[in-house]
Design a protein around this ligand. Structure first.
Ligand code: SF4
Length: 338
């Protein structure tokens, strides 16, 4: 399917974002391309500073500008470029068709209004419902996202909810307009592990029920295994590997992905020692030459210092294509077939 195809929900193409700072130009996103279709979950994975959230903010049009600036690329929603369409149309799409869930629900909610009121406001403003009807819808949605005694709790204020319950309210807010696409930026990072799993399961269940596209941004490979269809791994503002989720877990083709996988506990690797990726994420004011991962890569050779690897299509030893797989590594074959 071509990315300009109107049946493709979201296609980000060759996106470039930079920040002008006192110390110089930070190249936060350097030619990122990905897509997500209706009913599909794409996880965008990377350490902090990899560009995953900046990409999402550029897609949503909420980049802090200045200092941030989209310097190139396209953000196609149903085949139309949101970066160049009239501002009013862009606002309509971003308000109604795409919703965003943030990490910090407490700061995204208004502390002096009850959650029922805030949820109801979505229906009053966007659907013109009466106060009473909007409140009923708010309670219904709170119930749907698993808030016990929803009718009574609709009167409570954000600080009266636990972190997990607040994140459920954020999910309810995002769902209130029945968007085609949700972008969730580290939606469970602030929660403890058990609650993380519950919130993630809820998100996955609703995504299937509403046949929405979901872009799940996370630094935690552990949370995406059961919910994502595909993963795009980012490093230093670029995508370095894409793959269907289970293939990526079984056989990564990029040493960075391998490093991430070796650093999380896994049931299928019980007894194996965990190892951290050596070194620190790169300074985006001074991205390493060639492959940006070379100072930390156990496989690095001289060519890695001079030549930046493109995203190679990844294949089996006998040349059989592996659909949906690509890796930006000169030595992907050694990694994949190790
Ligand atoms: Fe490592 Fe070289 Fe591959 Fe980069 S291109 S990931 S430095 S082996």
């Amino acid at each position: 399917m071509d990315s300009t195809d109107p049946t493709r929900l979201l296609a980000v193409r060759d996106l470039q974002v930079e920040f002008r700072t006192r110390d110089g130009v930070v190249k936060a996103v350097n030619g990122v391309s990905y897509h997500v279709d209706a009913g599909e979950t794409l996880a965008v994975l990377g350490e902090s500073g990899s560009g995953k959230s900046v990409t999402a903010h550029a897609v949503m049009g909420i980049l802090e500008s200045p200092p941030g600036r989209v310097t190139g690329g396209e953000v196609l929603f149903r085949g139309r470029d949101m970066l160049t369409m009239p501002a009013e149309e862009r606002r309509r799409i971003r308000g109604r068709k795409i919703a965003m869930i943030f990490q910090d629900a407490l700061s995204a909610l208004n502390p002096v209004l009850s959650v029922g009121y805030q949820l109801g406001e979505m229906f009053r403003v966007h659907q013109g419902l009466s106060r009473r009807a909007a409140r009923a819808k708010a309670v219904e949605l709170m119930d749907r996202v698993g808030i016990p005694a929803a009718a009574a709790r609709a009167l409570d204020y954000p600080h009266q909810f636990s972190g997990g319950m607040r994140q459920r309210i954020m999910i309810a807010m995002a769902l209130s307009l029945e968007p085609d696409l949700i972008i969730a930026d580290e939606p469970t990072t602030a929660l403890d592990v058990t609650v993380q799993a519950q919130v993630m399961d809820l998100l996955a269940e609703l995504q299937r029920e509403y046949t929405m596209g979901l872009v799940l941004i996370t630094h935690d490979l552990g949370v995406v295994a059961d919910v994502a269809d595909r993963i795009a791994v980012m490093y230093a503002g670029r995508i370095v590997e894409t793959a269907p989720v289970h293939e990526l877990y079984k056989r990564p083709a990029h040493p960075y992905t391998r490093g991430l996988l070796d650093s999380i506990p896994r049931l299928d690797r019980r007894g194996r020692e965990l190892s951290a990726i050596r070194g620190l994420p790169p300074n985006l004011l001074d991205i390493p030459s060639g492959c940006a991962f070379h100072p930390r890569c156990p496989r690095a050779q001289d060519v890695c210092i001079t030549d930046r690897p493109p995203l190679y299509a990844v294949a089996e030893r006998d040349g059989t294509e592996m659909p949906g797989r690509a890796a930006a590594c000169h030595f992907w074959k050694d990694e994949l077939h190790a």
